[in-house]
Design a protein around this ligand. Structure first.
Ligand code: CTP
Ligand code: ZN
Length: 153
């Protein structure tokens, strides 16, 4: 996005999640556990014009760099996004997301009878489908509710 189109200011330190599919920014915030109560300064652009994507969403979180677990879950809902780590106003790292084949230990299974929810829990494993994820133990499929089943903080 060229600077004359800039809608939200540049940030000094933190993370810019760019090229999010239009309409997905609120899901991205849910996945990051950002609901406004944590005190972070967050800027969100929704349906912003973009050269590459026609329209896109963008999320800027100041003072926070994402963990790899957070990046892995993000890649499920925003596989086309770019993660930019900003340090002293410069893009210090740029990571292009890729949809993983499976996610291990990141999501919880909604099926209470699943072995992953037993007294001696087994680490969760979900296979990534085109439109959701499937528990490798009980085959329960999560589609729209992925954000609500994140087991990591
Ligand atoms: N950005 C920001 N604050 C900074 C630096 C960059 O908010 N201090 C934002 C830019 O506005 C842009 C994103 O971080 O949305 C990536 O910056 P940059 O790599 O400079 O932009 P592009 O070259 O357009 O990125 P890409 O090639 O990934 O489209
Ligand atoms: Zn299960």
């Amino acid at each position: 996005m060229s600077d004359h189109e800039l809608r939200v200011s540049k940030i000094r330190n933190g993370t810019v999640i760019d090229h999010i599919r239009a309409g997905q920014a609120l899901n991205v915030l849910a996945i990051l556990g950002i609901d406004g109560t944590g005190g972070e300064t967050v800027s969100v652009g929704i349906n912003v014009p973009s050269d590459r994507m026609h329209h896109k969403d963008i999320v800027k979180v100041e003072g926070k760099e994402l963990s790899q677990d957070e990046v892995d879950v993000l890649s499920l809902v925003a596989p086309e996004a770019t993660i930019n780590i900003i340090r002293e106003y410069e893009v210090a790292e740029k990571q292009h997301l890729e949809r993983p084949d499976r996610v291990v230990g990141v999501l919880s299974c909604p099926n209470h009878n699943c072995i992953t929810n037993a007294d001696e829990p087994v680490e969760t494993k979900f296979e990534v489908l085109d439109d959701g994820v499937r528990c490798e133990y009980c085959e329960t499929i999560l589609r729209d509710s992925i954000a609500a089943h994140i087991a990591v903080e």
